[in-house]
Design a protein around this ligand. Structure first.
Ligand SMILES: [Fe+2]
Length: 449
């Protein structure tokens, strides 16, 4: 555990006040800070340049730590600031159960240090993990799980992404597409957390397994181990699904004042990817939230939405054509696990597109013939399509990451083919959201939607 903590203090030190856990002396044995003394950021920077008898990162802890009380209060605040979460809370929450889940963290003292580092280094992801933990707890309320099971679920959801603290900042914060080797680094984060949490006495093995599995998919297309079917922990699948839902909501819907319920069609497209037990609780949570209320849309804006949706469709068709051509020409050998995985990703992508009916030529033609004359019902239908297309684009992007990783790792004939796709993807411009549409979505807030 020492080496993990040393890394975390080195990552955060100099940005927050610390406390000395032992006497800190210089190389001549002269005391500089007594055990229990405060080390301000200024003093820390001085100490870094001094020669000390102990390694500085091994002699400190955070001064203001994230406690279980903080976590409870922060979750309450996040829930109260969002009308979708508030609706869920009013229906399902039993504050006592949530309070106990937060209180259960006290059993693992080192977690407050790790969570403190997490909250400082990646504040947005920390908040997202709090919401994941909260919704995971709500799913336990719905399925009437015991308090003990709820605490394990809460803990796993709260800690699932802490492995990212050990991925280089440069890779983690990169704005553009990751290179193959960067993507392989990112894929290590579930394994790192799994290994680190082994050193925390009493940390539940079910929670560790779920953390290890939170990016695995039923069809074997996930990472880090490409597990499939029942070998993946249900709790891992639940956390992965909730995390995706929250990320989509926070990035795409909430900024446009849209409701969490709008994620529903996207989850529906992926029903084949989750066991019923996992899916039914999550769908029940989403159903509890009211859908967004659409204000009257003018003909021009509706026309822009149709055109934008049509362009999204063309974007997908272009990339899917290339992926299809590559896969028709590849003979997959069982021992080439990377290609088998890419083949599975492609199959999965094809199933999602086929099950949504998005690639049927009659539908695309119909979309193209629309002129914007219509009602809010037409808006709802096109918007529904747009959301499903966004999900397909997200999956094409995941395929790109895997193809990019493969083409940078190998130099064989298949890698050359994937490189063609990678280059085309990188040079294909994603359709831009028309400003009329952004204005329309933004204006929803004026009506208190
Ligand atoms: Fe993750």
């Amino acid at each position: 555990m020492k080496k993990y903590m040393k890394h975390l203090y080195a990552l955060i030190c100099g940005r927050v006040d610390l406390i000395a856990t032992v006497d800190i002396e210089n190389d001549k044995g002269y005391p500089i800070v007594k055990a229990g003394g405060l080390i301000t950021t200024e003093l820390y920077n001085d100490l870094r340049t001094s020669t000390l008898l102990v390694s500085l990162e091994e002699a400190v802890c955070f001064s203001n730590k994230v406690s279980s009380d903080n976590i409870y209060r922060k979750i309450k605040k996040l829930v109260e600031s969002d009308s979708s979460f508030l609706a869920i809370d009013e229906k399902f929450n039993n504050s006592n159960g949530l309070k106990k889940c937060c209180g259960s963290l006290v059993a693992y003292p080192v977690l407050d240090e790790i969570l403190t580092a997490f909250s400082i280094e990646m504040p947005q992801l920390f908040d997202q993990s709090l919401v994941s933990a909260y919704l995971a707890y709500i799913s336990c309320v719905i399925s009437k799980k015991s308090q003990e099971e709820s605490e394990i679920t809460f803990l796993a959801a709260l800690m699932h992404d802490i492995g990212l603290l050990f991925i280089s900042r440069k890779v983690r914060n990169k704005a553009g597409c990751l290179t193959g080797s960067e993507w392989r680094q990112m894929q290590l984060h579930p394994i790192i957390a799994y290994k680190m949490l082994k050193y925390i006495k009493g940390f539940p093995i079910e929670a560790r397994k779920a953390i290890l599995d939170h990016h695995e998919n039923m069809d074997g297309s996930g990472y880090p181990s490409s597990k499939s079917g029942e070998s993946i922990s249900d709790l891992g699948l639940l956390i992965g699904l909730l995390d995706d839902i929250i990320a989509i909501y926070r990035k795409k819907f909430r900024p446009l004042n849209r409701s969490l319920n709008d994620v529903y069609p996207i989850v529906q497209m992926n029903t084949h990817s989750y066991p019923d037990e996992v899916l039914s609780d999550v769908l029940q949570i989403l159903k509890e939230v009211e859908p967004s209320v659409n204000k009257d849309i003018d003909v021009d804006t509706l026309r822009d939405l149709i055109e934008y949706t049509y362009q999204q469709q063309l974007f997908i068709n272009k990339l899917m054509d290339i992926i299809g051509q590559i896969h028709r020409g590849i003979i997959v050998e069982d021992n080439d696990k990377d290609v088998v995985k890419l083949q599975r990703d492609y199959d999965n992508l094809s199933v999602v597109i086929a099950s949504s009916g998005l690639q049927e030529s009659s539908y695309i033609e119909w979309l193209h013939t629309l002129n914007g004359e219509g009602s809010s019902q037409l808006y709802n239908e096109i918007e529904h399509t747009r959301l499903m297309l966004e999900e397909v684009i997200y999956r094409v992007n995941s395929f790109y990451n895997s193809a990019s990783a493969y083409s940078s790792k190998y130099s064989n004939e298949i890698a050359v083919k994937y490189k063609v796709f990678v280059d085309v993807y990188a040079s294909t411009i994603y359709p831009v959201v028309p400003s009329s549409l952004e204005n329309y979505w933004n204006s929803s807030s004026d009506r208190g939607v």
